[in-house]
Design a protein around this ligand. Sequence first.
Ligand SMILES: [Zn+2]
Length: 84
Amino acid sequence: MKPSGMASGNELVLYGFLSLVAALFVLVTGPFGLVAIPFVLIVVGFLKMGADSGAESTNPVNCAGCGAPNDPGSEVCRHCEEPL
Ligand SMILES: [Zn+2]
């Protein structure tokens, strides 16, 4: 596919479709929809970030000696070498 103009045909169709869905949503729900769309996106984004970080690694372990955050798998503190 060759780029023509600012956006490709696929992108224009996608943006048009999303805009149409958003416009219809606002028409149905009224002004509340204008708030609901970004609100839902933000909430879903935060949930997704929490799920991603939870899947990759657990929370850092804080050192009992100096309070520095350490990787969950490490056995001693990387700053003061206190056993975790
Ligand atoms: Zn420490």
